[in-house]
Ligand binder design. Structure first.
Ligand code: THU
Length: 161
């Protein structure tokens, strides 16, 4: 019998102004993109932006539907868009923010379980770490250097080889 431990480090910034300029700019854009969300049911608007290795940026936002399970999180809208537009170009960084009039949360958004699965697969395709910048319209920001760290013991494409 052997007990194993999983740990990961992430950086907490007090606010957006503490971020390096390029990360700050991305999170500012993610905040703007919350306006593009179609979220009439949850009124929880999520904006995400990817910075690619070729310098391009791509935007995504959550897209809901009256048939609730049809709705898509911003992260997966973003990944599908990047994969369609730039299938061979690695994503370096994704910044995510959210806005909710009724929000009680005082901390950054963190991707849901399905999005963690999608992010770890994209990082595998990337063959390099995919950094996440997690924020909201104000306050603290978390920076995680590799998206896969959010999904220990993940089911990956290796299992299907
Ligand atoms: N949502 C995202 O877009 N990303 C997340 O990481 C968590 C949740 C969306 C899904 C739904 O449209 C709304 O936020 C409320 O769950």
């Amino acid at each position: 019998m052997k007990e194993k431990k999983f740990e990961f480090n992430y950086t907490v910034y007090q606010n957006i102004d503490e971020l390096p300029p390029e990360q700050k700019e991305l999170l500012e854009e993610a905040r703007e993109i919350t306006q593009h969300a179609y979220a009439p049911y949850s009124r929880f608007q999520v904006g995400a932006i990817a910075k690619l290795a070729n310098g391009e940026t791509v935007k995504g936002s959550n897209q809901e539907n009256a048939s609730f399970p049809v709705g898509l999180c911003a992260e997966r809208v973003l990944l599908a868009t990047v994969s369609s537009l730039f299938p061979k170009i690695p994503i370096l960084t994704i910044a995510i923010s959210y806005k909710s009039e009724e929000q009680k949360s005082d901390h950054p958004i963190s991707p849901c379980g399905i999005c963690r699965q999608a992010l770890q697969e994209y990082e595998g395709r990337n063959k390099q770490p995919l950094q996440l910048i997690l924020g909201r319209m104000e306050g603290a920001v978390y920076v995680i250097d590799s998206a896969s760290k959010l999904l220990p013991l993940a089911f990956t494409s290796d299992e299907l080889r």
